[in-house]
Design a protein around this ligand. Sequence first.
Ligand code: SF4
Length: 220
Amino acid sequence: MNGAALHAEPNPVRTSRWSSPGPSDGNMYAVARMKGKAGQGRFWVGMETGECYENYPWWAVALCNLVSQAIYGLGAFIVYQLGWIWMAIYLVYLLVLEIRLLGGHCVHCYYYGKACAFGKGRLSALFFKRGDPGRFSGKRITWLSMIPDILVGLVPIIAGIIVLVRGFSWTVLVAMISVLLLATAGSGAVRNSLACRHCRQRELGCPAEQLFRKAGSQES
Ligand code: SF4
């Protein structure tokens, strides 16, 4: 997940092979059980969502990062049209979000020290100590707490509107549309078909995934 945020309701008790008996301690129990059995490499969990990766393959990590890095790059380009100082502020903001994610969320994730869909489990282990696996699923995530992540795509759109009002530019308009599509449909597609679909932490309980799934089921 790009911005692992917090969740709105207690995690349901899962009934799969890797299910946990409770929302917090149970997850730690399940993780310990999996570590003993799974080892490294690809792993079949046996759930209807398909194969869960112990470590995501490199091409999946590359693809997932392609979308988020494209949003960052295009976003920085659009904001730059307002001046390099605004771009610098935007880049620092992205850096703060990444550090917050690595140090505040990834440390508690099952993929700490492993290759998650975004490769951040490994990155987190380089800079931060392992956290408490029970805290990952115990967090409360709402759309309000997702605002800092939503701003990553929203700020360039707002900046782009200002730029277009000052003087129309096809390049900026195309960049804005690209950011919009990548931040909505692109991120959703990567999450549903790759990142969350094959995620072990999802099986253990992921408040962000539950929030997205809830929103998706309300839309359909
Ligand atoms: S299910 Fe996995 S990939 Fe999806 S948001 Fe949660 S931790 Fe990230």
